[in-house]
Ligand binder design. Structure first.
Ligand code: HEC
Ligand code: HEC
Length: 460
């Protein structure tokens, strides 16, 4: 990062020299503060809190309306929901409580919008005016939390970085989620409409969530084999062209200014996109003002390794494809936003981000391959762990990851031979799943096909 004054952890990019000097000092303070922040260690394998947290996450209803955390963060769909997955659920699924519970009929969800765009209603500014004060947000996956929520100002959870009540931590997130999403009535009386999680339960939920997904960011550049994805990676990393790495360092969730890793908020203008699908449907979709009450218009930077198979994209699910999400950065909404203008301000030609169509596709190809590599890593780890009483469930999860890897490559017309290997791995994993008990030699076969596919994407 050559000019640290241009990349701030929030929307207020400086224009005057005096401000800029102040910002340098601020960044130095942030760097020092951040370096003294402890990073939680991965829980030891077999940590009983992780196992307890898993059960709570997928089974505990907190005496509420029947939903669990897994209703919106299902493991088999990358811990998030999209309209295609929602369409497979039975009408009695507790996700749809607003459709069949009279007390939750109005102002709890917008059922049509939930089914069509996978957006969830939230009252981030309080429950005082339910008819008017709400936002509709997509559901973030809860993968790689260990490396995507820390900032010197404290943990940043949720799309605006302040989704968690009290201390803002991942540990406290479940408290807000239960009050918002689990209630039986809109009165939301604890002990009547739901019960709040206990301290032990919060510890267990946190341990479980921290165990999910990657525990570290990739170190870019990777020695990729496909030339389009390789070029996409170059553009992504080029601070004078794609500029992505400034905010998504190593395709993670941390900004890149002067050596400090920091999960930052920016106003990138997503709210100003014209023709947002949910609004085209004619529904009332209030403007989402982002961090704080009243909001400052900023949103939290999500990690990108997990992006390609967890669309629709951005906090309001306004873009369906990963190519479209990359193309967003060329448009007026981004380039007129505070973040876009700040990038333009530090560009010799006054350009924010401007990529041509081939470059958009290349960056998206890079994000697809990165995602496939992560899916293969996860699937392989799961195949190795598929033993004992949970073997069946773990194998199903591995299958979901293998299918994602294939789909994400296929969707971009990338690496057809690796896709073929992945289909073979899928067949072997299916055979292993059909065995009683699940497992056997097919596990090894599946892993061998995964390794073959992996070797076609990049060198080790
Ligand atoms: C009805 C759907 C729904 C349910 C049920 C639900 N969540 Fe979420 N979750 C969301 C949405 C929507 C967001 C985005 C929140 C925001 O940006 O304000 C979210 C965000 C999160 C995040 C932040 C992720 C990030 O990247 O910062 C965590 C952690 C989380 N949920 C955990 C939980 C836990 C734990 C439970 C169960 C106690 C739960 N959720 C239940 C919909 C749900
Ligand atoms: C100024 C900082 C900044 C820059 C530069 C930037 N991003 Fe982002 N990115 C963000 C923020 C903040 C969000 C969340 C915005 C929202 O949802 O409102 C985001 C969201 C995304 C998402 C959606 C992820 C999801 O899970 O929904 C993708 C994909 C993405 N960025 C890709 C890129 C690419 C590719 C580039 C380079 C061309 C880039 N970003 C440059 C800050 C940035």
């Amino acid at each position: 990062m050559s000019q640290p004054t241009t990349s701030l952890p929030s929307a207020g990019f400086p224009r005057t020299a005096a401000l800029a000097a102040g910002v340098v000092v601020l960044i130095l303070v942030i760097v020092i503060l951040f370096q003294s922040l402890p990073r939680p260690e991965p829980p030891p394998s077999g940590d009983p809190r992780v196992e307890r947290g898993r059960r709570l996450f997928f089974e505990e209803t907190f005496e509420g309306n029947g939903r669990t955390c897994g209703s919106c963060h299902p493991a088999e769909n990358n811990f998030t929901l999209d309209p295609a997955f929602i369409a497979t659920l039975p009408p009695t699924d507790p996700l749809f409580v607003a459709e069949f519970t009279p007390a939750l009929k109005d102002n709890f969800e917008k059922p049509d919008l939930m089914r069509k765009f996978a957006v969830i209603l939230e009252n981030l500014d309080g429950f005082g005016d339910l008819g008017n004060q709400f936002v509709l947000r997509g559901i973030p996956h809860v993968l790689a939390q260990r490396i995507s929520v820390q900032s010197p100002q404290g943990p940043r959870t949720g799309w605006s970085g302040d989704g968690s009540p009290g201390d803002g931590s991942l540990r406290s997130f479940a408290v807000g989620a239960v009050i918002q999403h689990f209630t039986k009535r809109l009165d939301r009386v604890p002990g009547v409409d739901f019960r709040l999680p206990t301290d032990d339960e919060l510890d267990a939920l946190e341990a479980f969530m921290l165990s999910l997904g990657r525990q570290e960011d990739p170190k870019l550049p990777l020695p990729l084999k496909g030339e389009v994805a390789r070029r996409g990676q170059e553009i992504f990393l080029d601070d004078a062209l794609g500029k992505c790495n400034r905010c998504h360092q190593n395709a993670g969730a941390n900004a890149n200014f002067g050596g400090a890793n920091n999960n930052a908020n920016f106003n990138t203008g997503v709210e100003d996109l014209p023709d947002q699908p949910a609004r085209l449907s004619g529904a009332v979709v209030p403007r989402d003002d982002g961090l704080g009450t009243p909001g400052d218009g900023t949103f939290n930077t999500p990690p990108l390794v997990e992006a390609a198979d967890t669309g629709p994209f951005f906090h309001n699910n306004s873009i369906e494809t990963i190519e479209g999400a990359v193309a967003f950065y060329n448009g007026q909404a981004f380039n007129n936003s505070p973040a876009g203008r700040a990038l333009a301000g530090s560009d010799p030609n006054g350009v924010g981000i401007r990529l041509d169509a081939t470059q958009v596709v290349a960056v998206a190809a890079f994000l697809r391959v990165l995602n496939a590599i992560e899916n293969i890593r996860e699937a392989d780890a799961l195949l190795q762990a598929a033993l004992g009483s949970r073997a069946g469930a773990i194998l199903k999860q591995a299958l979901a990851e293998i299918r994602d890897a294939a789909r994400v490559l296929e969707g971009g017309g990338l690496h057809p031979q690796a896709v073929d290997d992945l289909r073979q791995a899928e067949r072997e994993a299916e055979k292993a799943l059909r065995k009683r008990p699940p497992g056997g030699p097919h596990l090894g076969e599946a892993r061998a096909f995964l390794a073959k596919a992996r070797s076609k994407l990049s060198d080790p």
